[in-house]
Write a protein that binds this ligand. Structure first.
Ligand SMILES: Cc1cc2nc3c(=O)[nH]c(=O)nc-3n(C[C@H](O)[C@H](O)[C@H](O)COP(=O)(O)OP(=O)(O)OC[C@H]3O[C@@H](n4cnc5c(N)ncnc54)[C@H](O)[C@@H]3O)c2cc1C
Length: 637
């Protein structure tokens, strides 16, 4: 299989404009003849479904929650980037482009990143016009704050609820189209397979999560906007429902999976407090604008923070990275925090955190100033830990948060299956080996509002699609396979819960394929994942029936997919004999503990092909060329 990224020729600043002109159009009268299935109604899916419908396409949109408004995007707190340069602090499209390529440790496709930076400014205009209540300066312009890996303030925000407000904007646009009959919304419907006919995606098979009914839906193109897979680690900052099922099933139907081992571990989460936990909570990166991160200088120091004098504190990020200080990128901050905890400098009852201290910020801005910026985050922290972050520093520790890996897509966001698109966190994205804060919302909305609506028309205008119906043999076969898998899960009738398997898998991945990795650890993890998967299919117990609302069954299907996917993650991490961004192989580091890339061997996107159960996946490489941001060792010192 040849990977063709289809990046247009010409100077990088002109590629997208020229491409838009070269793309074939579907006339307004013909758009209504096409039916597009959009799976997912988070920021990427809702913005795509609403925009496609607004253009005149007929759209069916699916989500597994009871309402599109409950998509995981609602959890996003800190903000969304855009190169508006309202602050006049030196920002520009070029700088956002540069920061993102560098932040991703040179493992992203330059042309896509440049386009993302260009479109970022339109997103803010669109969302403001929808009424998204971004914070404003006293003069009326939208306010900004800083996120990691940058030296400018370009992050737009709505208190600590930016995702929620953006999703309300996208949902309004979607609801308008539902009301007009242009979008048919299917909540509580889980896509369990893609139907591919003569090499083209022609529809999906879904299970109604309330009745258990399995049904097929025909389409002229299918868009997956199904989010990320951080929950493979069991404990993560993601909503509990986030999973890999849609993209994994598409992978098994021919879509290549890119960089599956690139998972972002976010430095500012509340540390785990015990075995009872099923979820971790993020404290927004925006807190690093004002909070200072430190640990006791003396290993094993158990004194309360107030009793540790200034000269007994190690503000390790400020010490190691004087230029960026507490705002180094997430991969760097996470690794350093781990180093501190591993070196017995950890704080809190389990000595598994570092401090994020607002004492100096309160002195500078006053309590009211902090409340204005972070009120809901302080409240959330207190509700979870019982501690008042004004009285004692917050405790934080890294946790799985976002997945840079995902389905491989070309410049048009099409996967390796014709007519099958992936957008938002579901694709392998523009963030390379590490995503900068506030860039996921930007990318999801860029894909949904501004890229896909152009590129999908090009495909539809040029492709001859035979009429097919749900009675086509291919649909019937896939429906039967989906039903058989559901029945198989119910039939195991073992003794262990789905969560037991999920927790065991998550612990294994966290230890072996988390913040740091080794060849031995990964080889061992692959063997153990295989053994765990076999045990799952012998010993899992799924209670209830398949004809009912059954969350145990839902979870079992997702964990079964995680158990297959985890092996590919480890294979990918094992084959990449270098460190880059989030992928830290202990064997490949600089003397001062930074990631050591090997550009001569690994400056590529690793895109894996499914070759069948029990046979090794095939690796395809998309070489990455860096014409505008020259390959260099990342430095934030
Ligand atoms: C706590 C938290 C805070 C964050 N804060 C920020 C931030 O401040 N700034 C930022 O840029 N990013 C942030 N992120 C990241 C960002 O929120 C996500 O990357 C982004 O919202 C993902 O959007 P999405 O539309 O791709 O997917 P999601 O919002 O996850 O939506 C996925 C959709 O797909 C549907 N779906 C999934 N599988 C199926 C299936 N099999 N069948 C049917 N439907 C399916 C779901 O129902 C849902 O509608 C944060 C993430 C977390 C966890």
């Amino acid at each position: 299989m040849e990977l063709r990224a289809k990046v247009p020729a010409g100077p990088i600043q002109e590629k997208w404009d020229r491409h838009r002109f070269d793309l074939k159009l579907v006339s307004p009268a013909n758009k209504r003849k096409y039916h597009v299935v959009v799976v997912g109604s988070g920021l990427a899916g809702a913005s795509a479904a609403a925009t496609l419908a607004e253009l005149g396409y007929r759209v069916s949109c699916f989500c597994f929650q009871d309402s599109p408004r409950r998509a995981h995007s609602i959890a996003a707190q800190g903000g969304i980037n855009a190169a508006k340069n309202y602050q006049n602090d030196g920002d520009s499209i070029w700088r956002l482009f540069y920061d993102t390529v560098k932040g991703g440790d040179f493992r992203a496709r330059e042309a896509n990143v440049y386009r993302l930076a260009q479109i970022s400014v339109d997103i803010i205009d669109q969302c403001t016009a929808q009424g998204v209540p971004f914070a404003r300066e006293y003069g009326g312009l939208l306010a900004n704050r800083s996120f990691g890996g940058t030296q400018v303030s370009r992050t737009f925000y709505a208190r600590g609820q930016t995702g929620q407000q953006l999703l309300l904007g996208a949902y309004q646009a979607l609801a308008r189209q539902i009301g007009l009959g242009q979008v048919t919304m299917y909540p509580r419907a889980e896509m369990l397979d893609v139907v591919v006919i003569e090499g083209k995606a022609r529809g999906i098979v879904v299970r109604d999560l309330v009745t258990g009914a399995i049904s097929a839906h025909v389409a002229d193109a299918v868009v997956l906007a199904t989010g990320g897979y951080s929950n493979v680690f069991f404990l993560s900052t993601n909503a509990k429902g986030c999973n890999v099922t849609a993209t994994w099933r598409a992978h098994k139907r021919g879509a290549l999976f890119a960089n599956p081992c690139f998972t972002q571990i976010h430095p500012t989460c509340i540390p785990p407090s015990g075995h009872h936990q099923s979820k971790l909570t993020l404290m927004s990166e925006s807190l690093r604008n004002d909070g200072r991160i430190w640990v006791p200088k003396q290993a094993g120091d158990q004194r309360p923070p107030a009793q540790i004098p200034e000269d007994g504190r190690d503000y390790f990020l400020e010490r190691l990275y004087p230029s960026f200080g507490n705002l180094v990128p997430r991969d760097v901050a996470s690794r350093r925090a781990k180093e501190m905890v591993d070196g017995r400098h950890g704080v809190g009852p389990l000595a598994n955190g570092v401090y994020l201290d607002f004492r100096d910020a309160v002195e500078r801005l006053g309590r009211a100033g902090i409340i204005e910026r972070y009120e809901n985050l302080f409240e959330m922290y207190e509700r979870i830990t019982g501690e008042d972050a004004f009285a004692t520093p917050m405790r934080i520790y890294p946790a799985p948060h976002y997945t840079m890996g995902g389905l491989w897509v070309d410049y048009n966001l099409m996967t390796t299956v014709e007519g099958l698109y992936a957008i938002g966190e579901a694709n392998f994205s523009d963030h390379g080996a590490n995503r900068l804060g506030a860039s996921a919302l930007m990318q999801g909305l860029a894909d949904g509002y501004f890229v896909l609506p152009y590129t999908i028309g090009d495909y539809l205008a040029q492709t001859k699609l035979e009429p097919v119906g749900v009675n086509h043999m291919a649909f019937r076969e896939v429906e039967a396979q989906v039903a058989a898998r559901v029945a198989k899960l119910l039939a195991v009738n073992g003794t262990r819960t789905v969560d037991e398997f999920h927790r065991e898998l998550g612990t294994l991945l966290w230890d072996r394929c988390g913040m740091s990795r080794t060849a031995d650890g990964l080889t061992d993890a692959i063997a153990r994942v295989r053994a765990l998967r076999e045990r799952f299919w012998r010993e899992v117990r799924v209670v209830g029936s398949g004809e009912d609302f059954n969350q145990s069954l839902e979870k079992a299907g997702r964990v079964a997919d995680f158990l297959e996917f985890a092996e590919l993650m480890c294979e990918d991490a094992l084959h990449r004999q270098e460190s880059c961004g989030c992928h830290f192989r202990e064997e490949y580091q600089t003397p001062d503990g930074e990631a050591r890339r090997d550009d001569s061997r690994f400056a590529y996107v690793a895109a894996w092909e499914y070759t069948g159960a029990g046979t090794p996946p095939a690796l395809h490489k998309e070489r990455l060329e860096f014409e505008y941001v020259h390959l260099a060792q990342r430095s934030y010192k």
